[in-house]
Design a protein around this ligand. Structure first.
Ligand code: AMP
Length: 656
């Protein structure tokens, strides 16, 4: 964003719909309105009470040490074991027979049921095997796996012995894996021969072989046999079934300091090498467990929870592994994609296992919207009582579709704002408290102090836009960037002294509720007005023919930047008809005003997205400005840019 002193982002869109929380949810809600007031009056006492959800070997003597800000310590002096908290204590409480995971493989009828007792035995075996392989406390272990139970087991086994895991998403290349291994000096890689993806086995081991060939620090590669495909075998390779299956299922967990590192998760920076976000044990586990219980109104005895993210992302860490297991609930773990072997696969799984809480990303919701409502209608989804969304702003139209088509018109939608860096939910409605507004993440959670500020760091008044910041430290916050304290300070704490700057634009509406407006790097400046990508995209998605939209600012002689939109149509809209572009431009004018009217709109078959589903607007900007398309290596599907460019040359674009 430019360094102008204009204080805020324009606040253009209006959304009048409101959804009160369902009466039955209110009546038995885990969290009531008064918790906000309690947390506000004594934030640290609130987090101390949240910490009671865990079992501590030694109680902390100071809840927060912020003397060396921005390097914070939570639950100072406390000791605990994350794996014990996620597994053993549930077995000790008599819940060993309870299902921890219903694992669903991508090939149909390939399922496993894993109880808490099963999980404990397997985690203990793996912990013993890791120790036998020479892994000890503080060592780094890279995990490069498909979505199989052994992935969870590997993470918990590391946590159990105090080793630091770094899970690298299985869709990443050998280069990405090698860079991450090198950055954190990992000594072991845990992988599989392959996994199933869109109906076929997809190899993982060759990428590991390539990466390990360049990483002399790796002592061993522990390999799970998942697909049975042929793989090359080197002298560092060890089969999981040879060492883990034969290890003892007895293992006594050691308690570690609350600030002992739990994991490093790499997230791409805008420039340069990926950032290794470091999370530690106590505070991270407290906030992921509390938010999982509060935001989803989790009833561990009866709920069946499903987070559809990949474990390779922070969402999978906090809301497939650590939050749900710390809370002792039953979850679904699904290996595959939503449309294999058919587009109703997710809803079939919801019906079969009686899923009650479902958590996914807006990109997936919009894909389902594009395929049409008749697909979920073929399944009984009446078990669903709370829905969640994460990763991007959920456009109001996608929110309402999700609530209606998936949530039966009654399940409240929790739009959760957070980041790899924040470790756990930060801004979200609460299902038994909040009257939801489609498109708004609403309020900072109890114990979390967020604000929207102008260029000078002053709080903006209600009704205005600016930069999203966090004003006070929070338990699950990143502690630093692995090996780079200075970059940690520069990236997050230098823009506004004393505040964490998240990199997102946001606005407060007239009630003070928060609307996320996209990354500030993506903000457009049209004739001196700062426009948010999110608002214009949401206006486009509210047109009945549009399923997805991405908006960028392209250089323009008269207005500085001009709004250029890329849209994917819903399947039932066909090719949209001859006037679709004019209709959409008109629609944006009506929804938010002439200033936001796209100068051109391109109908495209796909949008460029990262592997975690976020739209890469930078590449679209290259197209809009007729430049050579920049680095596209982090795209989930690298052919997308070719599809977009060939669509353009076939004359779908329209300009004034
Ligand atoms: P990551 O750390 O990769 O999960 O990405 C975090 C970023 O995703 C945030 O800084 C936001 O830009 C975006 N994001 C995540 N959740 C939301 C949400 N509920 N609404 C709007 N943006 C979101």
């Amino acid at each position: 964003m430019s360094e102008s002193t204009e204080p805020s982002l324009s606040n253009l869109s209006r959304e009048e719909r409101r959804f009160e929380p369902p009466a039955d949810l209110v009546a038995s809600a885990n969290v009531t309105e008064q918790v906000y007031a309690e947390a506000e009056s004594d934030r640290l006492a609130f987090w101390e009470s949240a910490a009671q959800r865990l079992s501590w070997g030694t109680r902390w003597d100071r809840v927060l040490d912020w003397d060396d800000a921005p390097f914070g310590k939570w639950f100072v002096g406390g000791e605990l074991n994350a794996s014990y908290n996620c597994v053993d204590r549930h077995v000790e409480a008599g819940n060993g027979g309870k299902v921890a995971f219903h694992w669903v493989g991508e090939p149909e009828d390939d399922t496993r049921t894993i109880t808490y007792s099963d999980l404990k035995d397997e985690v203990c075996r793996a912990a013993n095997a890791l120790t036998d392989l020479g892994v000890s406390t503080g060592d780094r272990v890279a995990i490069y796996m498909p979505m199989i139970p052994e992935t969870v087991v590997s993470m918990l086994a590391c946590a159990r012995i105090g080793a630091i895991h770094t899970v690298v998403f299985g869709g990443f290349s050998a280069d990405a894996l090698a860079n991450r291994i090198e950055d954190c000096d990992a000594t072991l890689v845990i992988t599989a021969d392959g996994g199933y993806r869109r109906g076929a086995p997809s190899a993982l081991k060759p990428a590991v072989d390539d990466a390990v060939g360049r990483s002399p620090g790796i002592q061993n590669v522990l390999v799970v046999r998942r697909t049975g495909q042929d793989i090359a075998w080197g002298d560092k390779d060890v089969w999981w079934h040879d060492v883990v299956d034969k290890a003892s299922s007895e293992h006594t967990p050691e308690n570690f300091d609350a600030e002992h590192p739990l994991y490093v998760m790499y997230t791409s920076g805008t420039t340069g090498k990926p950032k290794g976000i470091l999370h530690t044990t106590g505070g991270y586990l407290v906030q992921s467990a509390w938010t999982h219980w509060a935001v989803f109104d989790l009833k561990p005895e009866t709920d069946v929870f499903w987070c559809s993210a990949d474990i390779g992302w922070v969402t999978g860490h906090s809301y497939i592994v650590y939050g749900p297991l710390a809370n002792g609930c039953t979850s679904i773990l699904y290996e595959g994609t939503p449309d294999t072997p058919h587009r109703g696969r997710w809803w079939e799984i919801v019906q079969q296992y009686g899923v009650t809480i479902f958590y996914t990303a807006p990109t997936a919701i919009r894909a389902c919207m594009k395929w049409g409502k008749d697909i979920p209608e073929q399944f009984d989804l009446s078990s669903l009582r709370v829905l969640g969304s994460v990763g991007e702003s959920i456009n109001p139209e996608a929110y309402v579709w999700y609530r209606d088509a998936i949530g039966g018109g009654t399940a409240p939608v929790m739009d959760t704002w957070w980041q790899t860096e924040t470790g756990a939910h930060m801004i979200s409605p609460l299902p038994g408290v909040t009257a939801g507004k489609p498109g708004s993440a609403m309020q900072g959670l109890p114990g979390i102090v967020v604000d929207v500020v102008d260029d000078t760091g002053a709080s903006v008044p209600d009704g205005s836009g600016g930069y999203l910041v966090v004003r006070e430290p929070w338990p699950a916050m990143l502690r630093t960037l692995w090996g780079d304290d200075q970059r940690y300070k520069d990236t997050y704490w230098s823009r506004f002294p004393g505040m964490y700057f998240a990199g997102d634009g946001a606005k407060k509406d007239e009630d003070g509720d928060i609307w996320l407006l996209g990354r500030v790097d993506d903000v457009m400046n049209v004739s001196g007005h700062r426009l948010s990508t999110t608002e214009i995209e949401s206006a486009l998605v509210s047109h009945p023919k549009v399923a997805e939209a991405a908006v960028v600012g392209a250089k323009d002689e008269s207005s500085g930047q001009a709004v250029v939109a890329f849209v994917i149509l819903r399947e039932d809209a066909g090719d949209g008809g001859p006037d679709v572009v004019a209709e959409l431009r008109q629609h944006v004018t009506k929804e938010i005003g002439a200033i936001a009217k796209p100068k051109s709109i391109m109908v495209v078959p796909e949008l460029p997205k990262t592997r975690s589903g976020k739209i890469m607007r930078r590449l679209l900007q290259d197209v809009a400005e007729n430049r050579e398309v920049g680095d596209a290596t982090t795209l989930a599907d690298t052919s997308v840019m070719d599809q977009i460019k060939s669509g353009l040359s076939s004359g779908k674009a329209d300009e004034d």
